[in-house]
Design a protein around this ligand. Structure first.
Ligand code: FES
Ligand SMILES: [Fe+2]
Length: 381
């Protein structure tokens, strides 16, 4: 008989201190039931990045995305207020907005032409006369909770009631915590300009990518020889907050092509539970959003920002993106290798380096708390 979901979740011991801890079991990366419960707990209840603020500059600017499998649209209204909605038509459920982003005067469903205002109210219903007991005012797009932080707009699914039951961290600010908010504020990210987005598809579970990110530079000297030459590996530090981990490394002189595009005194790598990363070098920022597509399929969205977006800086900025691309390819290959190994009968869980892997330990414990709450509330078999 196969193990119950509860048994799989409880196979992890969240109480073990780092020196005694194991990773989460391999079944968490391969069992479809874990993927389903994560969708309902980790992703449907947490704050998720839905858009960059620079995509929503004007009334009518909109962005579509998907969070925990739900179609979402974020739009700036004629009153300049940004709102979030389920991108699901109240008629027969088609996606109302179909482009990734754009500019619109109203939101018109492509299926039967129902129209909604930029504020989400139902305005137009062609060929609908004679329909009884239909309250247009109650058929606007269903809203989602949104909040902004720095250069990003976050959304959270679920009803008000579910949200307050599921998560005591009612607001985004509380979830982030004062410490993270002030550290990021000090970086002055508002002065950076977004330049490019790149997407990567990986044949691995989303947590493999996050684990790889959070290993405290453990893999850097082995896997990223170029990057290793500019980081002072032995001085790498790892600090955990309640829902975030900061890895930081002093920069030293190294390979010229990397040195030229990754300057400054320190590199800062922030991870925010569960799936967002902020990588900061002086004047250069990239963010990674890790999106689970299936139990063994993940999309990682990279956004690149630069302090100097002038024509003159273009070449250098592009070279910087290419350095990121190369590092990303190295990570991608190893993540797929790990996923294959996690399916092996020879592997169940591994141990953690005390010096390096405190971030992973935090990730696994936060994940356990969410999955445990999910299993308890939904009575999964
Ligand atoms: S589904 Fe949108 S108008 Fe019919
Ligand atoms: Fe890496």
């Amino acid at each position: 008989m196969r193990d119950s979901l509860k048994d799989i979740v409880d196979a992890y011991d969240p109480q073990a201190p780092l020196a005694e801890a194991s990773t989460i079991p391999s079944s968490w990366y391969t069992d479809q039931r874990i993927f389903d419960v994560e969708k309902q707990t980790v992703f449907a209840r947490s704050w998720q990045i839905a858009a960059r603020i620079d995509q929503l500059c004007e009334p009518g600017s909109y962005v579509t995305t998907e969070i925990a499998g739900e179609p979402i649209v974020i739009v700036r209204g004629n009153d300049s207020v940004v709102r979030g909605f389920f991108n699901v038509c109240r008629h027969h459920a088609a996606a109302v907005m179909t482009e990734a982003e754009g500019q619109a005067n109203q939101m018109r469903c492509p299926y039967h032409g129902w129209t909604y205002s930029l504020e989400g109210e139902l305005k137009g219903t062609p060929d609908f006369t004679g329909v009884c007991n239909f309250d247009r005012a109650r058929n606007g797009l269903a809203s989602v909770q949104i909040a902004t932080w720095e250069n990003w707009l976050f959304a959270r699914l679920g009803s008000e009631q579910q949200r307050s039951l599921a998560d005591p961290n009612a607001s985004l600010a509380e979830f982030l915590g004062a410490e993270l908010v002030s550290q990021i504020q000090a970086l002055g990210l508002a002065g950076l300009h977004w330049m490019e987005r790149r997407r990567y598809l990986l044949n691995c579970n989303w947590k493999v990518f996050v684990d790889n990110y959070l290993d405290g530079g453990y893999h850097v000297p082995h896997l990223h020889k170029g990057l290793d030459s500019v980081l002072d590996y032995s001085s790498y530090t790892i600090e955990n907050g309640a829902h975030f981990s900061l890895q930081s490394s002093p920069m030293v002189s190294g390979a010229d092509h990397i040195q030229a595009v990754r300057g400054g005194k320190r590199a800062l790598y922030y991870w925010l539970y569960p799936n967002f990363m902020i990588n900061w070098y002086e004047g250069v920022l990239d963010t990674n959003l890790v999106r689970p597509l299936a139990i063994d399929r993940t999309e990682v969205v990279f956004d690149f920002y630069f302090a100097d977006a002038s024509e003159a800086a273009q070449e250098r900025n592009l070279a910087s993106i290419e350095v990121g691309e190369r590092i990303q390819r190295e990570d991608l290959d190893i993540c797929e290798s790990v996923q294959r190994g996690l399916r092996s009968r020879a592997y169940n869980a591994g141990r953690l380096s005390v010096r390096r892997e405190a971030g992973e330990h935090l990730f696994h414990r936060l994940l356990y708390a969410d999955l445990r709450a999910g299993v308890e509330s939904a009575n999964y078999p």
